[in-house]
Design a protein around this ligand. Sequence first.
Ligand code: TYD
Ligand code: MG
Length: 462
Amino acid sequence: MAKAKIHYVCQECGAIHAKWMGRCEGCGAWNTLLEETVSEGPPGGLGGARRSAKRGRGVSFVPLEGDSAEAARRVSGIGEFDRVCGGGLVPGSALLIGGDPGIGKSTLALQAAAFLSQQPSTSCAYISGEESIDQVRLRARRLGLASAPVQLAAATSVRDIVATLDGPDAPQVVVIDSIQTMYIDAMDSAPGTVGQVRASAQELIRLAKQRGFTLLLVGHVTKEGMIAGPKVLEHMVDTVLYFEGERGHQFRILRAVKNRYGAIDEIGVFEMTDAGLGEVANPSALFLAERRGRVSGAAVFAGMEGTRPVLVEIQALVSNSPLATPRRAVVGWETSRLSMVLAVLEARCGVLLAGKDVYLNVAGGLRVGEPAADLAVAAALLSARADRPVPEDAVLFGEIGLSGEVRAVGQAEQRLKEAAKLGFAAAWSPPRPSGRKAPQVEIAVDEIAHLDDLVARFEAEA
Ligand code: TYD
Ligand code: MG
């Protein structure tokens, strides 16, 4: 007889507790434990714990060297998507596309499925647990993809889906939209709980590996983490892509945060239009499109996103604060990094910003994670404070150390090339490390060795 056992599972981190508690011992989150029933019993049931008194069989070892052919990747033809996946989808792998509700995950998944299904000998199934067949059809029509040979189904039972796909003629690519709507009937907990999400994903991933199809899971992330976030899934899948963007902007950025088959930090840039997601082949031009000439408080950062250079404008505003603790607001960058730059400016260069509110914004909705943006941030701050613009035709990059020194960053040549390509004439950058060749780029490189040099440029005639 199957025995039901009650667990309390943290919906934030997935930790299992025997007793209910107000605070999860695993991650410290409050009020995240939810009762889940797990049937422990005879093996074979979907999701149930598989226990058996039988002794295991021996595992045979093979040498590390051997002929294991690398399977060809399935390329969708959507360049931005393929690149982020590491050059196409790997057969038998599982991919997770996470993102806030409404950001465009279903649109991306449907476009990818439709494009893949048009490739030779690639059949695609799209299983929707959120939308009805009619809704998906309407969306496909709006995207101009209604004639793509995608096999469409609306289903939420993992048992039914596994039974359907478990055959030699399984499709090559299966999209599940979304994993939070899937459930396994052997478990009592509701769809969307950590237990269900984990067990459903486990079954589907097992089948994908066995049958060699690529599994594309769509997952929601909520700020509160009340619906089981895809965090618990990240360990189970081969590739994790995050689809992000600011609500008010039409740009969407697909970012690889884990990839067993490719580089991480690679981004794909899309634009949400009436006809779905369009590829943005030249993101720098897009991010700089709304730049207005000589204004103070703006600096162009020559950044790198994965293997691709991207130029973005960093904007700062410095104003007198009426508050005892002045405001520090940051959009698109790390708050702690801003605090560090402000502290170095104050302690090493005597630039006082203590009584000022400071606002920092990365224009266009991009989130910058590189320390290489330090110099551009410092320039935007100094420019805003002195009300003197940064030269219009200059880009900046460089990391700032705690003693105020400006440190070299990687891929300087690629950053400079992108800047030159977009018509910039100068680059304010760290001194070239000794022994490194001068880059062959038609741009005036203006080396800044210490933050004092940068401060001096804004104070010369002030
Ligand atoms: P959707 O893919 O449903 O988001 P998710 O699956 O991540 O919840 O897309 C949501 C938004 O995208 C919706 O607000 C409408 C917008 N959208 C467009 O602007 N153009 C389009 O062609 C489509 C299909 C959607
Ligand atoms: Mg959706």
